[in-house]
Design a protein around this ligand. Structure first.
Ligand code: SF4
Length: 334
């Protein structure tokens, strides 16, 4: 079963806040929110590109603060989306919003229109980090909203950032632990970037904020990914989606942006595995078998792991073995 999202970005329309890291218009690359009547057209267009069978499709309202929109606008979007759930072309609706815009009435409305998953921009569960990020909500808001979402029968997603002002490796790991304890089944991990036009840019230029370096980011994300995987929390995204402005650098002032961050992190996880259990053995050639899904990550981004192993063995080959699951592997030495 393959999962597909039909994404709609609703930039900052419902959001009166200004988090230090956010310039919602630039990040989403979308200046205008779609009109509710455009939802139909876009869903129909997306569905044509998906396989007909073995698919799980969700309509997703991302960005901004969906439940901060006026109720009539929320309903207009949800009505347009729920039609596709009712006729069974789409399996569910997901949306992202702020924790302090969740209450039983809001959840009742989402339920009525068939929303299945609610993602909260938690960003951190550390009060000091939330305060320095200008989030305007507390960790308690995240805890209370999470409980309400679960009690109302939705799938809960909690998104987090790492590298915010005041954040540390320990605080990021603490946030991941709280995400698990609060009952989230899904998460997104966003390393903090300094985007043009944000307060963070001013802080960076004034020297009061220093973004994470790429190696630190990979180190942190590695820990977070392994923790979430061990606890069966689905990682829906690692790193910001590369908009044109991020890719060509015009919107990015500083920070660990990489269009293939997930690949870099998975490469680093595999390198640790090989360091632990492969290079300690001897032989002149090495054949490593991994699950088909893991082949690229095991070889590494730009074959980084293979090149590194070649510093220890004269010959290194990778094979797939469909019987292997996750990051299980076997190594043959010759
Ligand atoms: S709440 Fe969300 S949309 Fe609003 S400023 Fe913060 S990050 Fe941006």
């Amino acid at each position: 079963m393959r999962h597909f999202n039909i994404p709609f970005f609703i930039p900052e329309l419902g959001c009166p806040h200004q988090c230090v890291f956010c310039d919602q218009h630039r990040i989403s690359g979308t200046l205008q929110a779609p009109k509710p009547e455009e939802v139909d057209l876009q869903v129909a267009a997306y569905l044509k590109t998906f396989p007909k069978v073995e698919r799980q499709v969700e309509i997703a309202f991302f960005g901004g603060n969906f439940t901060g929109l006026p109720q009539n606008e929320q309903e207009a979007y949800l009505k347009a989306a729920s039609k596709w759930v009712k006729n069974e072309e789409v399996n569910g609706i997901r949306l992202s919003t702020r924790p302090d815009y969740i209450n039983p009435e809001v959840l009742k409305l989402l339920k009525k229109y068939g929303v299945s998953s609610v993602e909260l921009g938690a960003q951190s569960l550390d009060e000091e980090v939330l305060r320095l990020a200008g989030r305007g909500h507390s960790a308690k808001h995240v805890e209370e909203a999470s409980k309400m979402i679960l009690d109302a029968g939705f799938v809960l997603g909690l998104q987090m950032m790492t590298g915010l002002p005041g954040d540390t490796m320990e605080k990021s790991v603490y946030t991941a632990h709280r995400i698990k304890e609060l009952g989230a089944k899904e998460t997104r991990i966003y390393p903090t970037l300094v985007i043009r036009g944000t307060q963070l840019e001013q802080m960076y230029l004034a020297g009061s904020y220093q973004p994470l370096r790429q190696e630190e980011t990979i180190e942190r994300c590695k820990k977070l990914v392994l923790f979430f995987e061990e606890n069966q929390i689905r990682i829906l995204r690692l790193g910001l989606h590369p908009s044109d402005g991020l890719s060509n650098g015009s919107e990015l002032v500083a920070g660990p942006f990489h269009p293939a961050l997930k690949e870099l992190v998975n490469t680093a996880i595999w390198k640790d595995i090989f360091r632990e259990s492969v290079i300690k053995k001897t032989g002149s050639c090495l054949v490593i078998s991994v699950a088909p899904k893991e082949l690229n990550a095991a070889i590494g981004h730009k074959a980084a792991n293979k090149k590194w192993l070649l510093e220890h063995y004269e010959r290194v080959d990778f094979k797939t073995d469909p019987k292997l699951k996750g990051r299980a592997f076997h190594a043959d030495y010759c």
